[in-house]
Design a protein around this ligand. Sequence first.
Ligand SMILES: [Zn+2]
Ligand SMILES: [Zn+2]
Length: 116
Amino acid sequence: MSPIRPENRNLYPPDWAAISEYIRFGRAGGRCECEGECGRGTHKGRCPNVHGGRAYGTGSTVVLTTAHLDHVPEHVAESNLRAFCQGCHLHYDRQHHAETAYRTRREGKAAGDLFA
Ligand SMILES: [Zn+2]
Ligand SMILES: [Zn+2]
């Protein structure tokens, strides 16, 4: 169920479907495991969204996905995986992308300074 970008597909282990299934339904019991890691600040404590239920706020159907906390697809240790609803997952990834862009800009500037 987790959207996999084509360029990352070969980085996922062959048993990813089973791992993801276990995290979302075995460990998380079908409920979003986010306890604020997403940073969107709209839920206190653990996110109340349950797979197949109505998402708080938007009322859309919740789809649980399995997120990598370090954003590295081949890191599938349980401690690196979280069952996130789409809202938490999107927000979590967006934060990461913003940080990456910031770091890239900063490093680009630093590299430029070396040659200035
Ligand atoms: Zn959530
Ligand atoms: Zn969250």
